[in-house]
Design a protein. Structure first.
Length: 173
């Protein structure tokens, strides 16, 4: 639900889903129309989002015979990435969000909202496309601190305790 949607709207959608459905399996077997009616038409590309969710849940169930992805933590990140790539209609940003937060992968999820923000903050050139940013290792390296960047409520990282490249020594009294 996060793809191209502000956090608060995605959170509202997830609360509605949690309230209506007992678990992910019940969501998986619900019709797209039921889910669309639950969320309403106020969400951008609601048909596409709902189809992605139900098709991805069904694909996970077919492959794993469960909706638990704990097995993916035990395999290589490369194989986990491929598993997510194989999910139907799953966007690149959604896959990267899953890799970053669930599997501690080294990636930066970029959607059009993030692209606009990066342009506004002059991190990237105004004419840069979404595909260019997603494929650019130089942009990724500039956004290495992605988990802090993606979690506005997280405290900022501690600055290194150094002065001119050397560690500060504690004075003993």
């Amino acid at each position: 639900m996060l793809y191209d949607m502000p956090d608060n709207r995605a959170s509202e959608a997830m609360k509605a889903i949690d309230k209506e459905f007992v678990d992910l399996n019940e969501l998986r077997v619900a019709t797209d129309l039921e889910i669309q009616e639950l969320l309403g038409n106020r969400y951008p590309q609601i048909e596409k989002r709902v189809a992605m969710i139900t098709q991805s849940l069904n694909a996970i169930f077919e492959k794993e015979h469960t909706l638990n992805l704990a097995r993916l933590v035990t395999i290589s990140k490369r194989d986990a990435r491929q598993f997510l790539r194989d999910l139907p209609r799953c966007t690149r940003s959604s896959r990267r969000t899953s890799l970053l937060f669930a599997f501690e992968g080294h990636t930066v999820p970029i959607d059009t909202l993030m692209l606009d923000y990066l342009k506004e903050e002059e991190v990237i050139e105004p004419e840069t496309t979404l595909e260019e940013v997603q494929n650019s290792s130089s942009t990724t390296s500039r956004l290495r601190n992605a988990t802090t960047f993606m979690q506005p409520s997280a405290p900022p990282p501690n600055p290194p305790a150094t002065t001119r490249g050397r560690r500060k020594k504690r004075r003993r009294k």
